[in-house]
Each structure stands twice: as structure tokens, then as C-alpha cells.
Ligand binder design. Structure first.
Ligand SMILES: [Fe+2]
Length: 218
């Protein structure tokens, strides 16, 4: 695999990066240094929150879901080289081939997910972590007040067990507010979902997929 070194500072407030292409065609960059911009509440005797902050106020980016062909190649690279573990998978009708995989390099239910698709290099969504289910519902209120285009939700995933809203930003990329998901430890066995239950896995309450969720990638 070809790698490229990008000098420190080329991306603002970021140390040296190593850039490479993963088997699904997405460009990945690794770096170890980033300027600390603080946590919003301080590092000494902090309060738990900031009163009257603007917007939905996610805690941070949580994960992304990417579409491409060779998700087996991605799974091998991320687990054998980059130290990720497989948390959950959905099988195709044959019961053998993975339709989707959720992987983590932390104790979270996932840091990246991949879905098999004929077209490489596609983005399905970028997700932001919320502190509670109540804050996800509040985010839905704020989206409606601002006439944001909502794909689906608020609802809950069977996969990862997280609560969610999918919505679109003005340029058409899908974003997600996400809360929950169980803790994952590397000695846990991956969870497998069958093709018959993929609807329940993705949207636990509706128990079926919607057309926009399946067809819109950017
Ligand atoms: Fe997600």
C-alpha cells in the first residue's frame, strides 16, 4: 500500500500526517498531534454544562459510515494493521457475505462503519455524539424550528443500540445525531444480523429501511 507523508502545519493546527487510500477508495489520514482548543467547560473545577448554548450542541464527532466495494479489504486493514475490532455485521441473503460492518478502535460501539456498494469512495453519513436521548429529542425540535431536512428519526438502532436522527445539511450530505450504544471491549464476540432482520437492525422501531436512507450517498 502506497503511503504519503504530509508535513506538520499543512493542515491548520495539525501535526505530520500519513495519507493512504483504503480498499474502498476513501482517503484516510493518520496524525498524532492536534492543537487543543479546550472542552468548553475548562479543565479545572469545571461545571457540567454551559447554560443557554446555541444550537443542538453535540459533544464531538462520533463516527462515519462509508460506502464502497471491498469491505473485506477494509476489515482486514483496519483490524490487522490499525488495531480496530469488529463489533457488529449484517449478512447478505447468502448468510456468508458481509453487507455491512461496524468497527471500533476505542470502547465505543463503533468508530467507522462500511456498507458494501457498487460505487467506491462514497459517504453515507457523519455522526455527532449527543449526551442523552432527551438531547436527541431536543435536537429534533431545533431541526424542525429551523426547517432542516430530516431523513428519519428520532428513533433507535438495533445495531449499536444507539438513538438517532438522520438529517441533511444544506449541501445534501447526510449527518446524524447519535446517543448511546453499548461499550465494546476487544474480547467481546461480534454480533451478527441476518438479511431477514436488517430493517430491525438499522431502525429498531420501524423495523424497515426507508428509500432515502438506502439510496442517497454523496
Ligand atoms: Fe451512524
Amino acid at each position: 500500500m502506497k503511503t504519503e507523508r504530509i508535513p506538520a502545519g499543512e493542515l491548520l493546527e495539525t501535526g505530520e500526517r500519513v495519507r493512504f487510500q483504503i480498499p474502498t477508495g476513501h482517503t484516510v489520514e493518520l496524525y498524532a498531534e492536534k492543537t487543543d482548543v479546550g472542552n468548553g467547560i475548562g479543565y479545572f473545577d469545571p461545571d457540567v454544562d454551559v447554560l443557554d448554548g446555541p444550537g443542538i450542541r453535540p459533544i464531538r464527532m462520533d463516527h462515519c459510515l462509508l460506502y464502497g466495494g471491498d469491505i473485506e479489504g477494509n476489515l482486514k486493514l483496519f483490524t490487522e494493521v490499525l488495531g480496530f475490532t469488529l463489533v457488529e455485521r449484517v449478512k447478505l441473503e447468502d448468510g456468508k457475505t458481509d453487507l455491512a460492518i461496524w468497527i471500533t478502535c476505542s470502547a465505543k460501539a463503533h468508530d467507522i462503519a462500511f456498507v458494501r456498494s457498487p460505487e467506491d469512495g462514497k459517504l453515507h453519513h457523519v455522526s455527532f455524539q449527543m449526551p442523552s436521548w432527551e438531547s436527541v429529542l431536543r435536537a429534533a425540535d431545533i431541526m424542525s424550528i429551523n426547517r432542516v431536512s430530516i431523513d428519519i428519526g428520532p428513533t433507535r438502532h438495533g445495531v449499536t443500540q444507539g438513538t438517532t436522527i438522520y438529517f441533511f445539511d444544506p449541501s445534501g450530505n447526510r449527518l446524524e445525531t447519535f446517543c448511546g450504544g453499548y461499550d465494546h471491549y476487544p474480547d467481546m464476540h461480534p454480533i451478527t444480523w441476518s438479511w431477514e432482520n436488517v430493517g430491525r437492525g438499522i431502525f429498531y422501531h420501524d423495523r424497515k429501511l426507508n428509500d432515502a436512507f438506502l439510496s442517497v450517498v454523496t
